[in-house]
Design a protein around this ligand. Structure first.
Ligand code: MG
Length: 360
């Protein structure tokens, strides 16, 4: 980016406990109660938890069994993805009243570049406030907004004041804000990386700045470049409308190696459930499913299946995941990691052929 480029105005909007809030909205009996949206208790996973449930330590992607044990009064609700998608379209329509530079991250989250906006409004903060109000009016749900001059800080900001938050990090405040920000709160630094950083004496942005770019890359690979920038409040990534994904997937490393075909299959089906949930959130037409499996001795294998005449849907994901798993030779070793990924997408252009051209 050129150094004389104008400072961007970026908003990150994130709906509060999206799925769970919709369920509480539509069923008054659930209001104020710990709610988990998710599958059956035997081998289900939590797709979303209400704030009441979060107080008990219930988190999304947690096996329902564990969630239930942490919160005995937890109420499980079946997901209604059609409804979630509908609300998602409502909020996206609101975003587009202000800008077409909208980059959705999932059904309930998006970056907006409002540097130039359709209403000619002066400040991003005023826009964020209006968007929050319009969302509440249209959906009876709350959103949190982060306002800043780049994606990293906007995303971090939306998390600072949840729920129903509005948090602004100005260009003047940015570098100082990052100095004291705990490393776990940095978007893009996961639990494992945070632990590694703690071991290196890095607990906040200031600590991270003590490492030069070369040594960060030595320790963390390519991500080191990103860490070097974000701890200075720098992030030049653009808001990309219609971001194209190449794959969606889920993998899980287990605390204890999983032994026995039955247990292994059960875990695999949990991951299949997560992938089905992803597919509903991020509607893509995928032709290839890949199973990844890592044994206790770190030996890793992948197996894929590609469909010629159809796309993966809910049932096919489970069926083919089982099939791929059963094709593997029997093995005594425990499994430490399982993953499922969908790829080989058919994109919109391919699907509708030349029709897109007609608009021009
Ligand atoms: Mg959210």
């Amino acid at each position: 980016m050129a150094h004389n480029a104008p400072i961007r105005k970026i908003i990150h909007i994130d709906m509060d406990a999206f799925f769970a809030s919709i369920e509480q909205r539509d069923n008054p009996e659930l209001k104020g109660k710990p709610v988990a949206v998710g599958g059956s208790r035997e081998r289900g996973v939590v797709a979303a938890a209400s704030y009441e449930a979060r107080k008990f330590g219930v988190r999304s992607a947690m096996p329902s069994k564990i969630a239930q044990s942490r919160c005995p009064d937890l109420i499980f609700v079946k997901p209604r993805f059609e409804m979630y998608k509908e609300v998602s379209w409502q909020i996206r329509a609101i975003f587009h009243e202000y800008t077409d530079k909208v980059e959705p991250l999932s059904l309930d989250e998006a970056y907006l570049d409002v540097t130039e906006n359709k209403k000619g409004m002066e400040t991003a903060t005023a826009i964020a406030k209006e968007i929050k109000e319009k969302i509440k009016e249209a959906t009876r749900l709350t959103a949190s907004a982060g306002v800043s001059y780049n994606k990293f800080l906007a995303k971090t900001a939306s998390d600072m004041d949840k729920p129903d938050g509005l948090y602004v990090i100005t260009p003047k405040k940015g570098p100082v804000f990052v100095e004291t920000l705990a490393i776990e709160k940095f978007f893009g630094i996961g639990k494992k990386t945070a632990e590694k950083m703690h071991g290196m004496g890095i607990f906040n942005g200031m600590d991270l700045r003590k490492y030069d770019e070369v040594s960060l890359v030595q320790h963390f690979g390519k991500a080191g470049h990103y860490y070097f920038q974000i701890c200075r409040g720098i992030d030049d990534r653009e808001v990309k409308a219609n971001r194209k994904r190449k794959s969606i997937g889920n993998e899980r490393t287990f605390d204890i190696d999983v032994l026995g075909v039955e247990n292994q299959l059960e875990r695999l089906m949990q991951i299949a459930d997560l992938l089905v949930a992803d597919l509903k959130r991020i509607p893509v037409q995928a032709r290839t499913l890949t199973l990844k499996l890592r044994y206790a001795d770190f030996h890793t294998i992948t197996r894929s299946k590609t469909l010629i005449n159809q796309f993966f849907d809910e049932n096919l994901i489970e069926e083919v995941a089982r099939e791929l798993f059963h094709q593997l030779p029997e093995d005594e070793r425990g499994i430490r990691l399982l993953g499922l990924t969908l790829s080989n997408f058919i994109d919109e252009e391919e699907k509708v052929g030349g029709q897109l051209e007609l608009g021009f």
